[in-house]
Design a protein around this ligand. Structure first.
Ligand SMILES: Cc1ncc(COP(=O)(O)O)c(C=O)c1O
Length: 386
């Protein structure tokens, strides 16, 4: 095991690393200045923490094309937001449409709702992980309540036809929920312009925030329909024993992760200062270099579209005759290259790709990756496959 080799981090789709230095500074800065309980006590430290949280809410709303920051609720991660949306809006007798490329954070809440009396259509994507929007339209029934879709696959990086699906949903009066866990900060998102009713994102991937942060956007009026998953103290309407009806308090009971949200604010600032388009352009160049290099390697099979224009930098591959877990282990121990092997919490995606049950080796990266990392990964794969 060579511990002297620099670490090449290719597990961005699980969580981004390294973080911009400002993220750690924002977290410790708030803790050191006096991280009091926001919206509760009324003293100046409490007000200051509440101000910090509001400024991050406003920055996140701005980045995601949401005109009213109060429509955005902070959550612990994307999983929490997805559970809130599914369990709060889908009832027994409702029908939901999703794709075969979803993460278990979508699939498991949906399967639980199915067991509780809702019905589910899982639309089969092709071997590239591509969804045909016409399938969505033809699957809508009178009782269809929601279409829920990942923005980009966490297995193949394939970008879904979000705008086409949103248009169908709007036309047919069905709720459209987008899981932007892999794309917030990596692809331009304009929630209102794209016709998204519910957006869920995580803070610790392409927004470069710490783990334990994320959010959910809810279109105006949906708070009358979405039952809160958690109920509790909000610091507002304390004389009432029922959950407040207004946003964001309705869905933010309990003391928030204020230090984490401060860190997320610094991550969002990093993305905003660089510009999502610039980040995207840099990531595409790296992705193209990686895919071109992979195409020259014998015994390496790339799953998904393999087309940098239709994907984010998440690349699943197999080496003929080798278990993904062994490949990842050798990459870590011999080359200090961090990847993820297996099913990546998306078994249906692997059934779609034909990589179930062994899974794949996933290389995922962000804008802090460089060409040297890409070349080192290609060289290591060449040696391992050879
Ligand atoms: C597409 C997708 N959805 C949801 C999630 C869940 O995100 P979190 O772990 O932040 O809850 C992930 C995490 O990898 C993901 O890739």
């Amino acid at each position: 095991m060579d511990r002297g080799t620099p670490i090449r981090y290719f597990d961005h789709a699980a969580t981004s690393w390294p973080k911009p230095p400002a993220v750690g500074k924002a977290i410790t800065g708030l803790l050191e200045r006096g991280c009091a309980n926001p919206g509760r006590s009324g003293h100046r430290l409490s007000i200051e923490t509440a101000r910090t949280i509001f400024s991050v809410r406003a920055a996140a709303a701005d980045l995601l094309g949401i005109s009213d920051p109060l429509r955005l609720v902070f959550t612990a991660n994307a999983t929490m937001g997805l559970n809130m949306a599914v369990s709060g809006l889908v009832r027994s007798g409702d029908h939901v449409i999703t794709s075969s490329m979803e993460h278990n954070s979508v699939m498991r809440p949906l399967r639980a709702m199915e067991a509780a009396g809702a019905s589910l259509t899982v639309l089969h994507c092709d071997k590239g992980g591509i969804l045909d929007p016409c399938l969505v339209e033809s699957s809508i029934r009178p009782e269809t309540r929601m279409i829920i879709l990942t923005h980009a696959s966490n297995v193949t990086g394939t970008i879904m036809p979000v705008e086409a699906v949103a248009a169908v949903a709007r036309e047919r009066g069905v709720l459209f929920c987008l899981d932007a866990a892999q794309t917030a900060g990596a692809l331009p998102i304009s929630v209102e312009a794209m016709g998204i009713d519910i957006l869920v994102f995580t803070g610790h991937k392409s927004l470069y925030g710490p783990q334990g942060t994320g959010g959910l956007y809810l279109r105006r009026g949906l708070e009358k329909e979405m039952t809160p998953l958690l109920k509790g103290g909000t610091g507002s309407l304390s004389e009432q024993e029922e959950q407040p009806l207004f946003m964001p308090d309705r869905y933010e009971p309990g003391t928030p992760n204020s230090p984490g949200i401060a860190g997320l604010g610094a991550g969002i600032e990093f993305v905003t200062e660089n510009g999502v388009d610039t980040v995207n352009k840099k990531e595409k160049l790296l992705l193209r270099r990686f895919l071109e290099g992979l195409s020259c390697l014998k015994k390496v099979i790339v799953h998904g579209t393999g087309d940098p224009e239709s994907m984010i930098p998440v690349v699943s591959l197999s080496i003929v005759g080798m278990e993904p877990s062994l490949v990842s282990q050798v990459l870590d121990e011999e080359y200090s290259i961090m990847t993820r092997p297996g099913l990546h919490c998306a078994p249906a995606a692997h059934r779609t790709l034909g990589t179930y049950p062994q899974g794949t080796v996933r290389f995922s990266f962000g804008c802090l990756t460089d060409e040297e990392d890409i070349d080192a990964a290609l060289e290591a794969l060449d040696t391992i496959a050879g």
